[in-house]
Design a protein around this ligand. Sequence first.
Ligand code: 6PG
Length: 256
Amino acid sequence: MTTLERERESESKGDAASSHESEVIVAKDRSEHAALGAELLARAITEAVDQRGIARVALSGGTTPSETYQRLAALKLPFDKVEWYWVDERGVPPDHERSNYRAAAHDLGLDGGQHGKAFRMEGERDLSEAATAYEKRLRGAFGVAGAVSFDAMTLGVGDDGHTASLFPGIGAVSIDDRLVAHIAEQPEKKLEARVTLTAPVILEARLLLVLVRGASKRAVVEKARAAGPEDEVPSRLTQRAKGRVIWLLDREAAGQ
Ligand code: 6PG
């Protein structure tokens, strides 16, 4: 039995707290969290390549997914058939230490081009133009009329309940007329400018893998999985997802 099967078995015995139809997996420690994350992404990639000949994966930034991405890169996968996209980006160039592209490209070893093709959001240009350009790129990849359905997407959750760059209290989670949005800087709310995929794209993903670790996230995970206004806790939008949603937590984030 693999680690993942063992975790699932323990979940079905009631070890995990599921309040709606998403799945919850609780990893026993940081290393298992990363291993399970990589295993879930690897399965989604393999299935997509087997079924459709290509896997398109959208990556979140933040600190949590780093080890998952590193473990994923170490697996034997059909990387030549994988396209990597980004869930969100900060207004910085791709070599900046705060660049989500830079972090994931480093962890996944994308620099040499052997681990798949990377399509980054251009944080170095005017961010509203960058959002329009990325929307065009997505339309080019997925087709003009079709749904933009990523085979897998990683998401994180901020202490304030945000996911992607859909921050609370600014209506960002309700944007539904674009695939990609520019979130303007709001110094009074301490929000920096960002580019982000919007709810219509997030909700279409075949797999949403929500990666959360640490005791400081326990309260927000509970809120995100409970009913309530999405603008207060934008990560609640995962409750409307059309595909599979897996919350991959460590024991601290799960309150165990
Ligand atoms: C980013 C994100 C963001 C992140 C959360 C959680 O650019 O920072 O994509 O949505 O996933 O803030 O971040 P941590 O993993 O660092 O807790």
